[in-house]
Every structure is written in C-alpha cells, then in structure tokens.
Design a protein around this ligand. Sequence first.
Ligand SMILES: Cc1cc2nc3c(=O)[nH]c(=O)nc-3n(C[C@H](O)[C@H](O)[C@H](O)COP(=O)(O)O)c2cc1C
Ligand SMILES: [Mn+2]
Length: 483
Amino acid sequence: MGANHLSDLSRIIDDLDAMGRIARVTSEVDPRYDLAGIAARFEGGPRAVLFENVKGHELPVFTGLYWSRELLGALMRREPATLPQFVSDCIKRWQRKPLAPEMVTSGPVFEVTEPQVDLSTIPVPVHALEDGGPYFDAGVVIARDPQSGIRNASIQRFMVVDENTLHVNIDAGRHLELYLNKAREMQQTLAFSINCGVGPGLHFAAATPAEAAPPDTDELGIASEFHGAPLELAEGKRLPVHLVPSAMYALECEIIPDELGEEGPFAEVTGYYAQRAPRPVVHVRAIHRRAQPVFQTILSGAEVWNSVGLLGEANVLATLQRQIPGVCDVYFSHGGCGFYHAVVQLAQKRAGWSKQAIMATFAAFPPLKIVTVVDDDVDIRNASDVEWAMATRLDPKNGVMVIDNVFGHGLNPGFPDYLGSKVGFDCCRPYPRSYEYERAAYKTMSLDDVTLDTPNICAPGVREQDAGGEREDLPRARGGAAM
Ligand SMILES: Cc1cc2nc3c(=O)[nH]c(=O)nc-3n(C[C@H](O)[C@H](O)[C@H](O)COP(=O)(O)O)c2cc1C
Ligand SMILES: [Mn+2]
C-alpha cells in the first residue's frame, strides 16, 4: 500500500487547490519583507498562499500549511477539534509498535543536484523588519547519534550567511545539541540533512516533544503513522546522512563543533525578537532539489502554535489520560503563544484531582508557563468561556499554584537562562458538586423551523461559530445544554 497524500507537498498543494484552499499571488513579490508582509494578511485564514512570482527567482514560495486548524483538519480529513486526539493516537501507535522507515535509492529530490552549492539560488525570504537575514525555518533536520546511529528529527531555524553557510539556533536540551556534544567528545563533525517542503506527517514527527520521543527512539517512524506506510529515506551523496527523497529540497550539512557565528535577530513565536548571539556555524556541502520545487516557509505565529502547540496538546492529552481520571480535552491557547498556556478540561471524579492535573500537565510539557483547569461544561477553545470559569469558580486563595525557579522556555522573556516562575489556576467548581455552581441553560433550539423577518443571523455583529450557533465572543453554555 502506498503512502497517502500527506507524504508529498506537491500532492498536498493539489489537494488544497481542489478544495479552494490555495491563494495564488501572481504579481511580483520581493522575498525581503514584502512576501512575509503579504502572508501575514492571510495568516490564520482558510487558505494557504503560493507566491508564484518571487522577485529574482524562477521558483515559487509556499506558506500557511499550519496556520489554521480548519485548513489542517480539511487536509487530514478530520474535525479540527479532534486533531489533538488523532495526533496523540498516532504517537501512541508508534510507541507501541513503530513502523520503521525504509531506505530507498531514488526520489524526486534527486532530480537536480546543484553542481555548486549556492544558497542564493533558493528563494529564502526575510520575514520581519529586524530579522538578521533570510531564514530556513520550516526544514526538517535529520541527524544521527554519533555513538548509536539512532536518527532524530527536529526543526531549527537557520540564518543564511553566505552562499554555503548557515548559522543555527539550537535551544537548550534539544537532541541535536546532545548529538553535537557527543560529536565534540568524539572529535568528529556532526553531519545532518535539512529537508524543506515535506508534509505534516514528517513535520509532526520532528515537532514531537522529547517527553514523547526520548533520544533512544527513532522518531522518524512517527511520520509513517500519518502516511499510512513506512517513511522513505535515502542516503546522502556527499556526507553520511539520511535525507527525505520526497522533499522539495534536501541540503547535506555539517557542523564543526565549537565553530560559532552571529545568528539573529529573528521574529519568534513569542511576538518578540530572539536576540543576536554566537551560535553554531553550519556548512552546506550539497543541495538536492526537485526540477520544479516549491520552497516552504513558516511565519513565526499561528503556524508554530498549530505544530509545536498541537503536538504539545497531543502529548499532554496522552499523559493526562493515563494519569488523571476524567480528563476530556486539552487546548494550548493562541493568546498563550501556542505553548505557554494549557487549558485542561476535566470531568471531576474526586476532590483534588484538578490540582493533580495542573502538576501532571507541567511535567508533560516543560515550555508551559500557565495551566488552567476547568470543568467539562466549559468550552476550552473559547477564551471568554475560560475567563467565565476563572471569574466564577477560581478561589484565588486556594486555587492558585505558583512554582518558582523552574525550567521553562528560553525564548519567553520571563525565563532568562531557561529559569522562571509558573502558575496553575484551578478553575474547577468544588467537588462534590453543589447547586450554586450548576450552569444555567436554555433549551437547545434550531432556527430551521422558525420564521424570521431578517436573515438567519443570531445577533448583529456576532459571528456564528458553527451550525450550533456558538459564539466566539460570549461564554458558551447558555444555549448549550442537552435537555
Ligand atoms: C516552525 C518551527 C520552528 C522551530 N524552530 C526551532 C529552533 O530554531 N530551535 C530549536 O531548538 N527548536 C525549534 N523548534 C522546536 C523543535 O523543533 C521541537 O521542539 C522538536 O520537538 C525538538 O526535537 P528534539 O526533541 O528531537 O530535540 C521549532 C519548531 C517549529 C515547528
Ligand atoms: Mn528527538
């Protein structure tokens, strides 16, 4: 059985096109600032964007594959709200019985091997106004443990410095850092591939957090679960690397330990710039590409919230469902930069478990700064509804847990040197339940049989969320209870 459409970005673009989910920009666009500025106007919307006429280049640029859960849901043939459970189930299947990748000797990425490495031939955009240069920010890095040979997949940002040099940002604790440290001890260079223009299966495998894919596992196998067939990999031509034969571009690279160069600034997922600092130098030794490749780029916003964030949700959900009876759902809010604030939905089974849920959530995903736990009558994807629970059910004296001096995400300005404070909000009603905390509700009614003198709009200026008539900007439950 062959792999499904998720394994190949050109099939994905065709699929989205057939659903009317591609916006094509045909006028000439400058890859320095203008491309990102236009992309930002589409961010979070129903369509991804294909820039067909990039100034100074023959080849197109694609963005927006991950910036909307609706778009991602349509591509994966799932309801958007079920994506965390689906992703979690894929990772669980891989943990139980991994479908190992298969080595092959050919694939579209080998259609062209550039006779000379020249990164300026690739349409790599400069995104934000203060960014230090053009960035590869959506490439999947495949490296191998210098001792055991076990493969690792991750995504790192790479700043283009000259025709064959990149500078890379590797956050503390990443498995690539671990491999680099081993290479240094063994007095070797660290070789790896950067694979640009791959599907969400491989992207999600790369974004799977270390808590779910520890360094002694080959996390490439996670992609096989999404593709419905073993992931295909191929040997590099210049270096001892494994690369993705179905990618749009594959770069063979190596780091010489302790060779550092200035990297940054870069507009990050936090909404702030990551600062310029000395970081590892990457030598690009070979560029392979399709004859007609599409270069994929990602704006540091909703796209990362829906990849790192979605994978974080999936992992927290899997952990909590093992440890805390009654956990229904988890959402990493977008106001919380996609992975700093988790909202957990709990059908309480006994007193005190809402606080257990706070502790287990922090342990399952260390970048989190805030955890809010609510009951199962609260819509965790609706910020007003969560605020309603906080306003009416949080006991500020007993329901706020502060943890000081704890490891967090270094990009968050509240965690200089990866150290800071975290807070949990127990917004669950007291258990056992009492009458004062029962949510008032109207009977659920359809408007189909109601004669109206105006078009079917619930209230002026209020956007209907879905067929059920839920409104994003109002607390939910007033019309939601089953009678
Ligand atoms: C678009 C995108 C960009 C990312 N950029 C970086 C980065 O520059 N540096 C980094 O260390 N992690 C970055 N990450 C996060 C890691 O790829 C992610 O946490 C991954 O799970 C790490 O893999 P590991 O656990 O095998 O180390 C990025 C993730 C995404 C989705
Ligand atoms: Mn890993």
